[in-house]
Write a protein that binds this ligand. Sequence first.
Ligand code: 0X9
Ligand code: ZN
Length: 311
Amino acid sequence: RDYTQTYLDLIGVDDFLSTLAAEVPQRLERFNLGRTTIEGRQIWAVKISTDLNGSGKKAVWIECGTHAREFITISTCLATANNLARLYGGTGAAAEKATAMLDLYDWYIVPVHNPDGYDYAYWVSRLWRKNRRQNNGICFGVDLNRNWNSNFGGTGSSGQSCSDTYRGNSALSEPETAALNDAVQTTNTVAFISIHSYSQYILLPWGYQSSKPSDYNTLLRIARSAEAELESYYNTAFLVGTPPDILYVASGGAYDHMKLNNGIKYSFTYELRPGSGSSWGFELPENQIAPTIEETFASLWKFAEEIYADD
Ligand code: 0X9
Ligand code: ZN
C-alpha cells in the first residue's frame, strides 16, 4: 500500500511512521504527544532534524488530520516527513527543497492529530469531523478546531454537543489539543502550520475576528509567495486571506491560539484540494494525492525560506 496512491488507514499510517523511524534513524524519530485519546490511542509525532541530539535550530510544527474526514491532509503530512527524512542531501528538485528545509529548521509533524476520529471516518462514517468524546449519551465528539484558547466560546463555534462545531466544555479540554499545546511549548517554535481541507485557501490570522494582527502585511506577503510556488506546479490556485474575509469567523482555532497564546509569529492554516466549488469535497480522488503532495511540499519549502529571511 503506497501512501501516494491510496489513503492509508490508521494502522497503515502508524506502520508507515514506525518503518520510517526504523529506516532513517539518523534524521527522524517518532514520539507520542504524551496523552492518550478518549479511546485510548497514542498521538504520534515525528521530529526530523539534521542533528536529533540538538541542532540548535528553531522548530516548525505541522498539524494534519485534526478533522477526521480530511484524509488528504494526512497524506500530505506523511509525504512531508518522508521527503525530509529520506531526501536530505540528495539530488533532484524535491531533495534540494528537503535539504534546504532541514538546514534551516527542525521539523515536528503530527500526521493524525485526531486518531479516534480518523479511524471512525475511515471505517464507519466517512464524513465524521470531530473527535469521539461521548458528550451526553446522545451525541459524540468535540470539534478540536474550536477547542483552543483563542476566543474560546465565541462566534463560529457551538455549545450544542450534537453540532459539528461543538467546542467542548472548556478550552483545551480534549486530550488532543492539550497534548499538542504542551508539546509545541517544549520546543523553540518559530512557525505553526495547520493543514485542513478543502477549498484551496491559505488562511492568515486572525480566524476569530475581523481585525488584523500588526504583522499582517508581512504574513500576507509570505503566504502569497508560498501560494505562487504551489500554483506553479499544476495551476492549482489558492486564495490567500483571513477566514472572516474569505470563509467565515471561527473561534477556538489552533493557529490563532498558537499566535495569540504561544507567541508564534508565523501561524497559518491550509485548506488543500479540491477547490471550494468542487463536488468531491472531503473525498478527494486518490489520483490527486500525488500532485497535492508535490505542490504542497514545495509551498512548505517556500514558507521556510521566507520565514527564515524575515525572522
Ligand atoms: O472550520 C474550520 O475549522 C476550518 N475549515 S474546515 O473546512 N477544514 O473545517 C477553517 C479554520 C480556520 N481557522 C479559524 N477560523 N480559526
Ligand atoms: Zn478542517
